[in-house]
Design a protein. Structure first.
Length: 236
């Protein structure tokens, strides 16, 4: 008598094979024996519900748009206008810090000044204007000086005084101790050029040293002194 009976078989039973097929069919989406031709619910087509809510209720109406009021319109215009003014200010003016004492006592070392860059586009340079200019010996450096002679003027300097077209120039902005009694100049200002001086004559490098300044070297007109606050005000 052997270990196995003659009726037993090593082949898998039919029931196990069906179970194996059923599991494989479920995984692969094949038709199940109970419902031939029907796919699994995972891939079943859904009913067309386009344009309808699932609950069957209509979509709520959108709230009506509010019309802008006069106040809101005015606020928008004011904001845009303020932005344009700030942009124009940034393009036309800038703040500069003065280094040195050649313009004392009116403008001192470390003063902050407001420079107008558009005035000379629409108007002429006047005698007595305080200007920011490029240093003719090194145009990358800016100087602050006062215009004394205009194109065609006859400028003379002697005995510590300035004469323009045979007239003594009144200079209240120059301190008595700042005059240079040894300076001597006798020149005629060329066309499209200017003769400039520092108010602190004994400490200034100006047209007595580097000559006349072409108009294109003028960068702008000094309008105000903004710092320090105790001396803030218009530049005379």
């Amino acid at each position: 008598m052997g270990l196995f009976s003659s009726n037993q078989s090593t082949e898998p039973s039919q029931g196990l094979g069906l179970e194996h097929d059923r599991r494989g069919g479920d995984r692969e989406g094949a038709a199940s024996p109970a419902h031939p031709g029907r796919r699994s619910g995972l891939f079943a087509p859904r009913p067309d519900t386009a344009g309808k809510r699932r609950s069957g209720r209509p979509f709520p109406a959108l709230p009506a748009r509010r019309r802008p009021t006069l106040v809101s319109l005015a606020a928008g215009v004011a904001a845009k206008g303020s932005f344009m003014l700030l942009l124009a200010w940034a393009l036309c003016f800038n703040f500069s810090e003065v280094r040195g004492g050649s313009m004392m006592p009116g403008i001192q070392d470390r003063d902050r000044i407001l420079v107008d860059h558009v005035s000379y586009i629409f108007s002429s340079v006047h005698r007595g204007d305080v200007v920011v200019m490029r240093y003719p010996m090194d145009p990358s450096v800016d100087y602050v000086k006062r215009v004394v002679g205009l194109p065609g003027d006859h400028v003379q300097i002697f005995d510590g005084h300035v004469w323009v077209n045979e007239q003594l120039l009144d200079e209240p902005y120059v301190a008595a101790a700042a005059n240079d009694p040894y300076a001597f100049v006798d020149t005629v200002v060329q066309g499209n050029c200017y003769f400039v001086l520092g108010d602190n004559r004994i400490r200034s490098s100006d047209s007595r040293e580097f000559g006349q300044v072409p108009h294109e070297y003028l960068r702008g007109k000094v309008r105000m002194r903004l710092w320090p606050p105790l001396r803030a005000g218009m530049i005379q």
